[in-house]
Design a protein around this ligand. Structure first.
Ligand code: CA
Ligand code: CA
Ligand code: CA
Length: 293
C-alpha cells in the first residue's frame, strides 16, 4: 500500500509540474539591433529618417561615455524639427491575450538639458503594406500606417503639465507621430522625464485584451507603468517601430542602443490551470481510496 501511495504521489507531483509548466507565457525576441555591425559615422543599416531631415541626424557612434555598449545611434536634433527614424520587423499578429513590446536604452548626450514637453516619442505601427524604404526623400509611405506611441518629457518639468502619455497614433503625410486618440494612460509626476545623462530603459507594450481592444503600456525604468486602453483598435498586427523627436528651439542629442521587439503569446486562463489541478487531485484521492479499500 505504501508503495502505491508513493507512486501516486510521484505521479501527482509530475502532473502538477507539467500543468504548471504549460501555464507559463511563451516569449521570444523577434527583432533586435545593437548596431555592432553598422559603420560609425553613417546611419544604421535598415533604419530610415522621414523627409526633410536637415535638423536631425541618426549616425552611429562608438559610445564609450554614455550607454557604453559599443556602437549606438546618435539621434541628434540640432535645429527646430519634428523628425523620426523607423525600421521594419517581420509582421506579428496578436491573438487575444498576446502582447508585443518594443524596448531600448536611451541616454541624453546634451549636458545642459533644456525642458521640452513630451518631446521624446516612440511606438509600434503596422505599415499597411507600404513600408518606408528610403531616408530623407519626399517618400511618405508612413502616411497610411496604424499604431501606437508613447510620449515623454525631456528636461525639468516647469509647469506641472503631463510628463508622459499614451496614444493611438496613425500616420499622415506630415508625421507618423500623430495624436490620433488619447488613451488615458498618463502622468504629471515629474519623475517621468529624461533629465540627466544616465542610461534609461523605455518600453511600450501593446496587449490585445479582447476582439476590439488593445492596451498601450508605457514604462520608464522601474516607475509605475502607465496604461492606456483603445476599445476600437485600428489593427492587431504590427511590423514597424519608430523613435521620434519634436520641435525644440535648441539642440538636443540622444544616444540609443539595445533596441528589441519581443512577442509574448497568451497565458492560459488561471481558471483552467486550477481545473487541471483539481482534476489531478481528484484522481489521486480516488486512487488512494481504492488502494485503501
Ligand atoms: Ca551597441
Ligand atoms: Ca505605410
Ligand atoms: Ca510636461
Amino acid at each position: 500500500m505504501r508503495c502505491i501511495h508513493r507512486q501516486s504521489r510521484y505521479a501527482l507531483a509530475t502532473l502538477i509540474f507539467t500543468a504548471l509548466s504549460v501555464t507559463g507565457a511563451s516569449a521570444g525576441v523577434i527583432y533586435s539591433d545593437n548596431f555592432s555591425s553598422d559603420t560609425v559615422g553613417s546611419p544604421p543599416s535598415g533604419w530610415f529618417l522621414d523627409p526633410g531631415t536637415s535638423g536631425v541626424t541618426d549616425n552611429v557612434v562608438n559610445d564609450t561615455t554614455l550607454i557604453n555598449e559599443g556602437n549606438a545611434v546618435d539621434f541628434n536634433e540640432t535645429g527646430a524639427s519634428t523628425r523620426f527614424m523607423l525600421t521594419n520587423f517581420t509582421s506579428q499578429s496578436l491573438a487575444v491575450g498576446d502582447s508585443l513590446s518594443f524596448t531600448f536604452k536611451v541616454a541624453v548626450a546634451t549636458t545642459s538639458i533644456p525642458q521640452y514637453d513630451r518631446l521624446f516619442r516612440f511606438g509600434i505601427w503596422n505599415d499597411n503594406g507600404t513600408p518606408v524604404t528610403v531616408s530623407g526623400s519626399s517618400q511618405t509611405n508612413f502616411s497610411d500606417d496604424k499604431g501606437y506611441m508613447d510620449r515623454l518629457d525631456v528636461g525639468a518639468e516647469p509647469s506641472g503639465t503631463l510628463s508622459a502619455d499614451t496614444y493611438q497614433a496613425n500616420g499622415s503625410v506630415s508625421s507618423l507621430f500623430n495624436t490620433t486618440k488619447s488613451l488615458g494612460g498618463s502622468s504629471s509626476n515629474a519623475a517621468y522625464t529624461l533629465n540627466d545623462n544616465n542610461v534609461h530603459t523605455l518600453t511600450i507594450t501593446l496587449t490585445r485584451t479582447d476582439a476590439n481592444t488593445i492596451t498601450n503600456a508605457f514604462t520608464l525604468d522601474g516607475l509605475p507603468t502607465l496604461t492606456g486602453t483603445d476599445g476600437t483598435a485600428p489593427t492587431f498586427s504590427f511590423d514597424e517601430i519608430a523613435l521620434g523627436l519634436t520641435s525644440p528651439t535648441s539642440g538636443l542629442d540622444f544616444h540609443v542602443d539595445d533596441v528589441s521587439v519581443t512577442y509574448t503569446a497568451a497565458v492560459p486562463e488561471p481558471a483552467s490551470a486550477s481545473l487541471v489541478g483539481v482534476a489531478v487531485a481528484g484522481l489521486f484521492i480516488r486512487r488512494r481510496r481504492r488502494s485503501e479499500a
